[in-house]
Design a protein around this ligand. Structure first.
Ligand SMILES: O=P(O)(O)O[C@H]1[C@H](OP(=O)(O)O)[C@@H](OP(=O)(O)O)[C@H](O)[C@@H](O)[C@H]1OP(=O)(O)O
Length: 435
């Protein structure tokens, strides 16, 4: 068991490479704990009738791009660093490089546990929906992105349920659906204007050459007794990744964590937030609009559930959908969650200390967004939970508003925001590529 003492002080800044436990620290003591008062129906007369869960895959290995960066940092430390600190001696003599490029973003064992445990907690939170009866009756649908880490995650989720209910005669079920879970790949406008556009993330590039980042490089160079000119922002980031991956995958407070302090980690967290903001969040309109297809699909399921509930037997009770950080962040942004008044830029790091858009809090591994529909005496109500905690809709004070209020709130998006219209390339660009 991991004691609090062995958690790196900088773990709360790991952003999309952070553990779910940092967002819900009570899970460190009891990974299956559910706070019933948080997930109970909004009023005693309400009962949950439908659940749609959009979940990020569990803890994974670094991508091969970042494994290459990690190797470069390792070589620099092994060949250039001097000093007599215990942590440096530990890196040099006790730590050996174990990351290989073929690991490329695959789910790790801890990642399977993330999803197994989440499944058990969700079934404890919503026992009438995530139930053995609904599983056997095929009223739980499982949808995933085609990426191995997501397919493995959805299998681990079911594995968690099977073990929890002692079920041995039901096989794994899942539908791969990249149109829903990897809409960003299929949205031509997003691919052209953001993914393949070198200037789309210019704020990230500018921040990498900012004074704040230079100071992080200088401090790390000093700790390693290496000339400042040899420590680049990429190497600094690789050390940050090493600390985060060693912790997330192996639950170790690695000697690599000594290369950074909390001041450094806040700068690196902001660098990651800038990437998420400009690639997946409010930075560009198309980031949010690219996920209209998923947004519509979720409301179609909720509409169907409300119809079924009123006019007959419900055919579906739950949808479990597994995707990526780049599935969840555009969806949250489309719906207006975590929107700051001032955009995140390279220049305003000092003013953004209390920003809402903080990926460490929003999208750790196994992050999950739950839409729960309740039947109450005054009508259907909808409640949204992020990482198992209720969130209120922007500009709606009621934590569980009437479903028709929510539909009205999003009427522009529900009536418009078509994938085809939003994602096709503007006419002039289209012509150019046709020529
Ligand atoms: O920085 P890496 O290479 O890890 O970036 C990943 C994405 O990870 P993230 O930025 O969210 O930490 C990964 O998202 P995930 O939710 O599946 O972990 C994404 O799918 C992958 O394509 C990488 O993106 P990049 O475009 O190579 O930066």
């Amino acid at each position: 068991k991991l004691t609090k003492l062995s958690i790196p002080a900088i773990a709360v800044y790991f952003g999309t490479k952070g553990r779910y436990e940092e967002v819900n620290p009570h899970l460190i003591d009891d990974i299956l704990f559910v706070n019933k008062s948080v997930v109970s129906p909004p009023a005693p007369d309400c009962q949950a009738v439908h659940l749609v869960a959009v979940i990020r895959h569990g803890t994974r290995f670094p991508t091969s791009k970042n494994i290459r960066k990690i190797h470069r940092m390792y070589d620099v430390v092994m060949n250039e660093a001097s000093g007599n600190e215990q942590w440096l001696r530990d890196i040099k003599s006790k730590w050996s490089m174990w990351y290989t490029e073929d690991m490329d973003g695959k789910l790790v064992e801890k990642g399977k546990d993330d999803l197994r445990h989440l499944a058990v907690r969700l079934s404890k939170s919503f026992p009438t929906l995530i139930s053995e009866e609904n599983l056997r009756g095929e009223r739980i649908e499982f949808i995933t992105s085609s990426k191995h880490r997501c397919v493995d995650s959805i299998q681990a989720f079911q594995d968690g349920l099977f073990k929890h209910w002692n079920v041995e005669d039901v096989g794994f079920r899942h539908n791969v659906n990249d149109s829903l879970m990897r809409f960003f790949d299929q949205c031509k406008r997003f691919v052209e204007e953001v993914e393949n556009n070198k200037t789309a993330l210019k704020e990230v590039a500018l921040f990498k050459s900012s004074q704040e980042m230079d100071e992080v490089c200088r401090r790390m160079a000093h700790r390693l007794q290496i000339p400042h000119s040899q420590i680049t922002p990429d190497l600094v980031e690789a050390a940050f990744f090493l600390c985060s991956y060693e912790f997330a995958i192996k639950s170790k407070n690695s000697p690599w964590c000594n290369l950074l302090d909390e001041v450094d980690a806040r700068v690196l967290e902001y660098k990651n937030d800038l990437k998420q903001y400009w690639k997946r969040g409010y930075g560009h309109e198309i980031n949010r609009k690219s996920c209209c297809i998923l947004f519509h699909d979720i409301f179609r399921r909720l509409d169907q559930a409300s119809y079924d509930y009123r006019f007959g037997e419900a055919t579906k009770a739950v949808t479990i959908q597994v995707g990526h950080g780049e599935t969840l962040l555009p969806l949250l942004s489309l719906m207006g969650f975590f929107r700051d008044e001032t955009p995140l830029t390279a220049k305003n790091f000092p003013q953004q200390q209390s920003r809402k858009f903080r990926s460490s809090r929003i999208v750790p591994y196994a992050a999950n967004l739950l839409f729960v529909l309740y039947e109450c005496t005054d009508g259907l109500r909808l409640q949204v939970f992020l990482n198992e905690k209720p969130v209120t809709f922007p500009n709606i004070s009621d934590p569980a508003p009437l479903y028709h209020t929510v539909r009205k709130h999003y009427s522009d998006l529900l009536g418009g925001c078509g994938f085809k219209k939003e994602c096709e390339l503007p006419k002039d660009k289209f012509k150019n590529t046709e020529l």
